[in-house]
Write a protein that binds this ligand. Structure first.
Ligand code: HAM
Length: 405
């Protein structure tokens, strides 16, 4: 039997209900903050991710679903959403027009990771990206929106915050860090590799021995330029004013190379080892890296599968009509009736033939509000039998009465 691929899951029944509930409500909140929906292709040129997420990142280095298509193009299934949205922004020439744009998106992302609880190879993200708004207040607005989303779904979280500096303070800090790392031979092989490719990534190494060594490493937060230091202070003040709890984590570096200044991660204690439920930050140089005109950007993405484990769904309400025939002769009529009802915008779940008991059971299972049945008796009297599955009231009505509801 053919099964779905390892690390890839079907979304159906309760799961798909949860997914729709999640993205619909996130979309509502994002629209309330002035964001509009964008959809970019799942397949992109591989170069897009190499030049944005970065060649030294695990995502590009090890995890891409990359192949040559029939036209000989080097393509890749998107491992994340930001790069595609930035490409679309530039392709639409919004960078040249210098306009402010705010987008939200959701859909599947692909990373060839080792699957485990909370870590999939095909997973879904809900993300937002805001362009051309360099003010630090936008960083706060983005974090407040994420907080509002999590609170809407009743999800507890911890927020970790850091600043990754800018082109003025990051390069001298990197040099500082590399000098520190040069003398450390005991660090793991991954960190030795990162020392040459992207040194700041050593700071979030999971190896305890490395972490013991990095306890004495220089930290960027202590070496920020006055502008970055001031902005970081302002951001913390706004978050304090709006009662957002956070911890400053000077070793939070994120796994994607495009970030500068604000970087943040929301984590949950309730979903096991893969605890990051959302992450994001500023990427003021990314539009330029991808050949656009200088344009600032900031955004975040949430991992929908991880969040679906945590959301509290509202009690499902009974909805719609279940229509059923009780004998062969009634089947034509029940089919026509169901079709007319759907045309009249009445949610109609069924039309086929079963026993009354089976129909009532099915209607109940499918959470219908009413069960409508047509048997020999109803055919003779030209009536319909209807039961309200909430109040349990039963009666006979005409087709016209039902269609007029
Ligand atoms: P990211 O931190 O790589 O950021 O991913 C965001 C979220 O996606 C994570 O916090 C996690 O919840 C979820 N996630 C990542 N990998 C997996 C996986 N293998 N299985 C299940 N869930 C996963 C980004 O992707 C950036 N594009 C976020 C961003 C938007 N930054 C600025 N704008």
């Amino acid at each position: 039997m053919i099964q779905s691929l390892r690390g890839m899951k079907d979304l159906l029944a309760d799961e798909s209900e949860r997914y729709i509930y999640f993205v619909e409500n996130c979309s509502k909140i994002a629209k309330n903050y002035g964001f509009s929906y964008v959809e970019t292709p799942i397949l992109e040129e591989t170069a897009l991710f190499k030049r944005s997420v970065g060649e030294s990142s695990d995502i590009v280095g090890k995890e891409m679903y990359q192949f040559t298509d029939k036209g000989g193009n080097d393509v890749c299934m998107r491992p994340e959403g930001t790069a595609g949205v930035v490409r679309a922004f530039i392709q639409k020439k919004y960078d040249k027009a210098k306009v402010q744009k705010k987008f939200f998106y959701y859909g599947p992302m692909f990373r060839y990771e080792r699957p485990q609880k909370g870590r999939l190879r095909e997973f879904h993200q809900f993300g937002v990206e805001s362009f051309n708004q360099p003010n630090i207040k936008e960083d706060a607005a983005i974090i407040l929106m994420l907080k509002e989303i999590l609170e809407f779904f009743g999800i507890g979280y911890k927020l970790e915050l850091n600043s990754l500096g800018c082109t003025a303070c990051m390069p001298p800090y990197k040099e500082n860090l590399v000098n520190f790392l040069k003398n450390e031979d005991e660090i793991c092989d991954d960190c030795k590799r990162r020392r040459d490719t992207n040194p700041i990534r050593v700071l979030d190494c999971k190896n305890q021995n490395c972490q013991d060594i990095y306890a004495n490493a220089p930290l960027l937060l202590d070496n920020l330029c006055p502008t970055c230091r001031d902005e970081f202070e302002q951001l913390k003040n706004i978050l304090d004013d709006f009662d957002v709890n956070y911890t400053v984590n000077p070793k939070l570096v994120r796994g994607l190379d495009y970030y500068n200044k604000t970087a943040f991660e929301f984590v949950s204690d309730d979903i096991g080892a893969q605890s990051a439920i959302a992450g994001g930050g500023r990427y003021d140089k990314l539009v330029e890296y991808l050949d656009g005109k200088p344009t600032t950007g900031i955004g975040f993405a949430m991992g929908i599968e991880r969040l679906m484990e945590l959301i509290v769904m509202p009690e499902p309400k009974r909805k719609g009509y279940y229509v059923g025939a009780l004998c062969d002769e009634a089947l034509d009529i029940s089919f026509k009736l169901a079709t007319k009802m759907r045309k009249n915008k009445i949610t109609t779940i069924n039309y086929d033939k079963k026993s009354l008991k089976a129909h009532l059971k099915n209607a109940d299972k499918q959470n219908a509000k009413y069960c409508v049945c047509i048997g020999e008796d109803e055919l003779q009297k030209d009536l319909l039998w209807i039961k309200d599955l909430e109040t349990k009231e039963e009666k006979s009505i005409t087709q016209e009465e039902l269609l007029g509801r």
